[in-house]
Ligand binder design. Structure first.
Ligand code: TEU
Ligand code: CA
Length: 542
């Protein structure tokens, strides 16, 4: 396999609305990002995945695009975007643009035309069906609650929206739609971007009449075509968001021989604290043994026929320290470092979501009025109708709601954490006086410098990028233990996932040295080894 730049890279995700406001209107913006590039350079990342910054009515915070070739004025101008790319280049930081082409906004000119009449030339850009028995064509559900079909009064037909009704699905079977998409992708590629993150790309081959949404029959045909018509000619990376991917499916996307994508985000570990067959809102405690099994399976099954992306967080997920670590002041940093180590020493391309590198945590609310996210609000309304108690729904939202990740970045302990001097579009987590970038940068033991070390380890040790992975003690209920090896070198990663000491009962191997640890002076002999709460140690073995 020919080596690519993105294989030893670390990517940082920015949710621009919440990163840094530069003009005090309460909304993060492109000039705010430019100001913070030195900070990201210091962290050591190679590329930024930028959540959508395009023209949008913001029904789903930019994931509903009304013009792919212009910038939302709240975020800045195209000149600002070009300057951002150029400033990134000076620091060897590339930009991965979010490509949201499963759907557009209902305010996109294509949709405005399409709904004018059945004969409109843009009609077939979207998915229209006649009513059946005066009702929806079938019972397909929107991921944001309710029917996936919305009646258009003017023409008497329904259109498909797998997300909100302001996000009509594009009809990929129409070659004209494909041409439009290749065109907008080439527009961005010409600006010198580093690649694309492809929003819900596994849905674009849908056959709604058969209720097939993910992994439709023509999906890979479309992606091959896209590769040929657009990014295939550039040295860029592409990552597909694929909720339903198994390792076999991931190889279809990311096997270099097939010339589709660089890698995909797989979400198999993300559902392990949900009741089976239910939704993300229906909680059950994490099955730790399964978590180890799933992550280890992904480490070993792709082989040379695909590439992994590694992530705990993104803008849709709760903060990992609150979720699977411990967000008490005592254990916040220790558990954050433990989780970071497990992920960053695996094989694949790691992603850091803004604020993860300083250990940001969830923000519980006590009323639905405090919530901005459309997914949470729609679910709340649906469950109220179904008879759920408000306090129980809020419990689910506090655990899994997307606003947890979307609270503004905590830069310092000044008003609004240095994010804005105006009124922030979404209020901050009150921890910002204690938990912030300024404080992290002043403390050599902070989680920030720990992430910096993890990135450096990847840069300096081919074993981290290319080494084989082997899980040890798969049935241990507290410890996550694995080995990485390359040529004659072998590393052992040992982590205690819980808040009680746990002893090691595995094979005794000889230790050469400690590569990294989250407590000072870790034990250096596997005989009688006991790991403290959330302790993680990386050993180089003899
Ligand atoms: O997410 C896809 C998606 O399915 C999520 O909405 C998911 O169901 C849920 O939020 C998991 O917590 C992508 C984007 O990442 C998300 O922000 C968008 O809302 C969505 O697509 C529609 O574009
Ligand atoms: Ca602003």
């Amino acid at each position: 396999m020919e080596k690519k730049w993105w294989q030893d890279s670390v990517i940082y995700q920015i949710y621009p609305r919440s990163f840094q406001d530069s003009n005090d209107d309460g909304i993060g913006d492109l000039r705010g990002i430019i100001k913070r590039l030195d900070y990201l350079e210091k962290l050591g990342i190679d590329a930024i995945w930028l959540s959508p910054v395009y023209q949008s009515p913001n029904d789903d915070n930019g994931y509903d695009i009304s013009d792919y070739e212009s910038i939302l004025p709240e975020f800045g101008t195209m000149e600002d975007m070009e300057e951002l790319i150029a400033e990134g280049k000076k620091r060897n930081i590339k930009f991965i643009m979010d490509l949201v082409v499963n759907h557009t906004s209902d305010e996109h000119p294509w949709f405005i035309e399409a709904k004018k009449s059945k004969e409109n030339p843009y009609r077939d850009y979207y998915i229209w069906r006649d009513p059946v028995d005066g009702k929806e064509p079938n019972d397909l559900q929107s991921i944001f609650s309710g029917s996936a079909w919305e009646l258009d009064e003017t023409t008497g037909q329904y259109y498909l929206h797998l997300f909100s009704k302001k996000q009509p699905d594009l009809n990929w079977e129409n070659p004209a739609v494909q041409q439009e998409i290749w065109k907008l992708m080439n527009f961005w590629l010409k600006k010198g971007i580093g690649g694309f993150r492809m929003d819900v790309i596994d849905l674009v081959g849908k056959i709604p009449d058969q209720k097939i949404t993910g992994n439709g029959p023509r999906l890979h045909e479309y992606l091959k075509k896209m590769n040929q018509e657009t990014f295939g000619k550039y040295d860029v990376m592409t990552v597909g968001e694929t909720w339903g991917a198994t390792p076999e499916i991931a190889k279809l996307y990311s096997n270099p021989d097939r010339q589709e994508l660089s890698m995909v985000f797989q979400f198999e570990h993300i559902g392990l604290d949900e009741q089976p067959g239910k939704s993300k809102w229906d909680y059950q405690p994490l099955d730790f043994i399964k978590l180890k099994r799933v992550l280890s399976k992904w480490q070993t099954e792709l082989g040379n026929e695909g590439w992994n992306s590694l992530f705990w967080n993104n803008h849709d997920l709760p903060r990992i320290i609150s979720r699977w670590g411990n967000d008490s002041p005592e254990y916040r940093e220790l558990s954050g470092k433990m989780l970071a180590t497990l992920l960053h020493l695996m094989k694949g391309t790691p992603y850091i979501y803004q604020g993860e590198e300083i250990g940001m945590i969830n923000t519980p609310v006590s009323s639905i009025e405090e919530i901005d996210d459309i997914e949470s609000i729609n679910m709340y309304q649906e469950r109220i109708k179904q008879g759920y108690e408000s306090k129980d729904i809020l419990k689910s939202i506090n655990r899994k709601g997307r606003d947890n990740a979307r609270r503004p970045m905590q830069w310092d302990n000044s008003l609004n954490g240095g994010f804005t001097k105006g009124k922030p579009w979404l209020s901050l987590n009150e921890s910002y006086t204690e938990l912030n970038v300024e404080k992290a940068l002043a403390d050599p033991n902070s989680i920030f410098y720990y992430y910096q070390q993890l990135i450096t380890l990847r840069k300096e040790n081919p074993l981290v990028v290319w080494g084989d992975y082997k899980e040890l003690l798969p049935d241990d209920p507290h410890l996550f233990v694995y080995e990485r090896s390359l040529a004659n070198e072998k590393w052992l990663v040992m982590a205690n996932f819980y808040n009680k000491s746990a002893s090691y009962h595995g094979e005794i191997q000889e230790i050469d040295k400690v590569v990294l640890s989250n407590y000072p002076n870790p034990q250096q002999n596997l005989v009688g080894m006991t790991l403290k709460p959330y302790e993680v140690i990386v050993f180089k073995l003899k």
